[in-house]
Ligand binder design. Structure first.
Ligand SMILES: Nc1ncnc2c1ncn2[C@@H]1O[C@H](COP(=O)(O)OP(=O)(O)OP(=O)(O)O)[C@@H](O)[C@H]1O
Length: 279
């Protein structure tokens, strides 16, 4: 089940990436990433899991054009990453909504940067809010919404500009377990519906998470990383049915789900054990 898929035209590619901090001026040398290579085909949902400090966010920042590797090449749609890149959508743990803006105006924010007209912004923001089940809440401020609702506003904002790729860093980490599972299902419902003429999902997703269940429930493929130095331990295809948004509550109790969790957990545990053994 190890994934060795290489496509002619990947949405995202990391080639022999290393990231080294310090090593001069008395600052101790620290290898954050060592020879990390993988490609993400267009439309794939990939999750990166691993212990704290193994370089997950650094990889995401490289894709966003916010960090440059010490060595190696990162390509986004076959081009060097750039920032800002309006073809990318971002989602983080904290919903990062602006408290002084209504739900509608928060969702419309990425469209302002693109100079979309006010009327069109309102129309598209309201459509997205309806899609995430928040019709009628357009004029509410974040403080007037529940945490789950605020996260839905954040999903709507991420998708409103129709980005080709989504970069998500612990997007549901701030939610309680029940709400998290519901938001994962709601996100999948929208993402799985968004297909091309051949029925393939259109949008590539790069998800960084600590949560093995979240990775397995949502992704097509999971990469487990080891820390010190950050490197790939395993690369696993998740052969659970798609679409699975409507199955999320059942899938987590299936035998196959448990097997995948077990395999990922063993890799992660191995990582923890090997770093504990290190001098
Ligand atoms: N500017 C920097 N200078 C020195 N070390 C850094 C710098 N940025 C990141 N690091 C180190 O690089 C390693 C990887 O960081 P990164 O944030 O990518 O890890 P992560 O896997 O996302 O961790 P977490 O799950 O805790 O968010 C960490 O050990 C971090 O301390």
């Amino acid at each position: 089940m190890t994934n060795t898929q290489v496509t002619a035209d990947p949405a995202l590619s990391f080639e022999h990436i290393s990231q080294v901090y310090g090593g001069s001026g008395g600052v101790e040398r620290f290898v954050a990433l060592e020879d990390v290579s993988f490609e993400v085909p267009e439309g794939q949902f990939i999750a990166i899991v691993g212990a704290s400090g193994c370089g997950k966010t650094t990889l995401l920042n490289m894709a966003a054009g916010l960090a440059e590797p010490t060595n190696g090449t990162v390509l986004v749609s076959n081009k060097p990453p750039r920032s800002p890149n309006y073809d990318l959508g971002y989602m983080f743990a904290r919903d990062s909504l602006l408290p002084w803006r209504t739900a509608r105006k928060n969702v419309a924010l990425p469209l302002e940067a693109r100079k979309v007209s006010a009327a069109e912004r309102k129309k598209r923001a309201d459509e997205m809010l309806a899609l995430v089940g928040l019709a009628g809440k357009e004029k509410q401020f974040p403080a007037q919404l529940s945490q789950g609702m605020r996260q839905r506003v954040a999903i709507a904002r991420t998708l409103v500009s129709d980005p080709e790729m989504l970069l998500m860093d612990e997007p549901f980490a701030a939610l309680d377990a029940r709400t998290r599972l519901r938001m994962q299902a709601e996100f999948l419902k929208i993402w799985e519906k968004d297909v091309d003429a051949e029925g393939r999902t259109r949008r590539t997703v790069f998800l960084v998470t600590h949560d093995l269940q979240e990775a397995t429930v949502m992704a097509d493929r999971v990469i487990v990383m080891l820390p010190s130095p950050g490197r790939i331990a395993t690369d696993l295809l998740v052969d659970l049915p798609r679409p699975r948004a409507h199955l999320v509550d059942e899938i987590i109790f299936t035998e196959r789900f448990r097997e995948i969790q077990h395999e990922l957990f063993e890799q992660l545990e191995g990582a923890v054990a090997s770093s504990a053994d290190a001098p």
